[in-house]
Every structure is written in C-alpha cells, then in structure tokens.
Design a protein around this ligand. Structure first.
Ligand SMILES: NC(=O)c1ccc[n+]([C@@H]2O[C@H](COP(=O)([O-])OP(=O)(O)OC[C@H]3O[C@@H](n4cnc5c(N)ncnc54)[C@H](OP(=O)(O)O)[C@@H]3O)[C@@H](O)[C@H]2O)c1
Length: 299
C-alpha cells in the first residue's frame, strides 16, 4: 500500500470567495488559515495508476485552522481563554513575562508558552501564522503604571498585530460601572479606553472589545487558589433574579458598582472563542452580550 502526503500550496483564496463573503476579513486572513491546513491522502489500490481516478481514497485531514496568540495567557482570564481554545481544537500561543504557569491540567502542555515582555517582544516568533490575537493585558498600580499596562501595552500589541497582518484582535477591557466622568479619568479607565480606540480604529471590521464587570472563577495566586466564584456565582444569580426591580436604578451615577452582574471567567473565555470563530462578531460587547456570546458557543 502506497501512501503519500499532499500539501497543497495555497497562495490565493479560491475565486468563489468574493469580497462580500470575506465579511471584513482580509486575504491575509484566508492565507493564514489555509496555509495551516495539511491534508494526508492514502490510496487503497497502490500501483494501479490507471485506476487512480476511480480508486477509493482515504483522506486524513489534520486541520487546525485557527492559531490564537493570547497576551497574558498565564493570568486569571488568560489561562481560562487558553484552556477553552485548546478544548475547541484551536492552536494556542501565550506571551507573558513569567511564561509557562504551574497550573495542573493536560491543556497546559498543549499551549506554546513564550516568556517575554510585550514592550520588548520578538513579534516574529510570537505572531507567526496567527489568525487572532487576544489581549488580557491590564492591571492596577500607580496612575502611570495603569496607563502603561492598560493603555500603552495594548497599543503596542495592536500595532504589532496589524503590521503582521493578523486579521482579528480581541481586547479584554472593562465595564464603566456608570461612573461619573471624573472617576473615569484614572489611569485604569483612560488606559482601557485608549486601548479600545486603538483596536476599533485599526480593526474596524473585525476588532472585538469585551467589557466585563467583576469576573469570578478560581484565581491562583502564589500557588493558592482564591475561590472568587463563592461570591460571584450567587451574586450573579441574585442580580439577574432582581433585574426587573433594579433596572430603573441603573441610570443613577455609579449604580453599577452594586448592580452590574458579575460574569464567570469561563463565560468570558467562551465569548472570546465566539469572537475567534465568528467573522460577524466585532465591536464593543457589554456584560449581557458577553454572556449571550458564551451561550452560543456552549450550545
Ligand atoms: N479580573 C477581573 O475581575 C476583571 C474584570 C474586568 C476586566 N478585567 C480585565 O481583564 C484582563 C485580565 O485580568 P486578569 O484578572 O486575568 O489579570 P492577571 O491575572 O493579572 O493577568 C494579566 C496577565 O498579563 C501578563 N502581563 C502583565 N504585564 C505584561 C507585560 N508587560 N508583558 C507581557 N505580559 C504581561 C501577566 O503575566 P506576567 O505578570 O507573568 O507578565 C498575566 O499573564 C485585564 O485587562 C483586566 O483589566 C479583569
């Protein structure tokens, strides 16, 4: 029995893919996806060249058409995204200063962990073949530090992704909690909004901005597990059960500090998966829309 490998060299999208059917995705996107497809063909009746046209063919396709780069894949939200993506058969690369985390689970072995700082990253190594970049970069500190990690770090990442022709960028941002504008002037929120405008201006037809409120799940800090879900889960249920009574209060300034429903880290991760796989999913997404997007992937 003869078997041989067919690796189709695809340099242009099929003619049937018209501009309309790209739905905002560039030719590079299809090249990135199609070039990652390897098809192994084996012929059952080897040696009978004349029969090739009619001989039965076993085709074994090892298709991993998406390769996502998660910036901050070792963090609380980032690791949930990496795990969900691996589970969905998506190839995953993570970039963070600490590199590979010590989390248990076989999914960890399926992620390529690159240690590095986003400000000094070797993007050639990180972004090669990527079909989407997801940024979980963000955090707290002095005003200047918050501007840098929530804003500038993401601006650098969006610029690199755009320069490398990566067709999709997904940013984990934050809900504004209905805060009055003077409170939104902190480095955390101004950084987030700067990052959001960069995503939406560089990726007008494919960029995704998720704006969750409090995210619950099991956060690991220095080997210890903090079960944020013990608070988050019941709170989410109570707030959704009382939503019709509390809705009128939502126009009050800062009311969302109490009323914005928490969202589970798994739902944020699934909403990201929806963003990676659905070409029509782009723009800004509220807490409720994050949950809806997650439900689509769960279904
Ligand atoms: N947790 C929440 O309740 C919540 C709510 C709303 C929005 N968010 C947003 O969601 C995002 C993720 O939050 P999180 O709770 O998952 O944060 P996290 O656990 O602190 O994760 C942040 C990740 O970014 C990496 N990182 C930080 N600076 C970096 C740099 N210069 N270069 C490369 N990697 C860097 C960290 O790894 P290293 O330190 O090893 O580099 C870590 O992997 C943030 O943007 C946050 O603002 C979170």
């Amino acid at each position: 029995m003869t078997s041989f490998l067919c690796l189709p060299a695809i340099s242009t999208p099929p003619p049937s893919l018209t501009r309309a059917s790209f739905r905002g995705r560039s030719i590079t996107h299809f090249q990135n996806r199609l070039c990652r497809i390897g098809v192994k063909c084996s012929y059952a009746e080897a040696g009978v060249v004349d029969d090739l046209k009619s001989a039965p063919i076993d085709v074994v396709a090892d298709v991993k058409s998406e390769r996502v780069v998660v910036l901050g894949g070792s963090g609380f939200v980032g690791s949930a995204i990496c795990k969900a993506a691996v589970t969905k058969g998506i190839e995953v690369v993570s970039l963070s200063r600490s590199g590979r985390p010590t989390y248990p689970g076989s999914w960890v072995d399926q992620v390529t962990w690159i240690p590095g700082d986003v400000f000094y990253a070797n993007w050639d190594e990180v972004l090669v073949g990527a079909t989407a970049v997801v940024s979980t970069l963000g955090g707290f500190g002095s005003d200047e530090q918050m501007q840098r990690i929530n804003g500038e770090a993401n601006v650098v990442a969006v610029g690199a992704a755009k320069d490398f022709g990566i067709p999709k960028f997904i940013l984990i941002s934050v809900h504004d909690y209905n805060l009055p504008s003077f409170l939104l002037s902190s480095g955390y929120f101004t950084g987030k909004r700067k990052a959001e405008s960069e995503v939406l201006s560089k990726y007008p037809n494919s960029g995704v901005v998720l704006r969750p409120g409090f995210i619950y799940g099991k956060r690991k800090v220095d080997g210890f597990e903090i079960p944020l879900d013990l608070i988050g889960k019941p709170l989410e249920r109570i707030l959704s059960a009382t939503e019709s009574f509390t809705k009128p209060l939502s126009s009050l300034p800062a009311s969302d500090l109490l009323l914005a429903p928490p969202v589970s880290v798994d739902d944020v991760a699934l909403a990201v998966i929806n963003g990676i796989t659905d070409d029509d999913f782009f723009g800004i997404f509220t807490i409720e829309q994050i949950k809806e997007a997650a439900a689509k992937v769960k279904a």
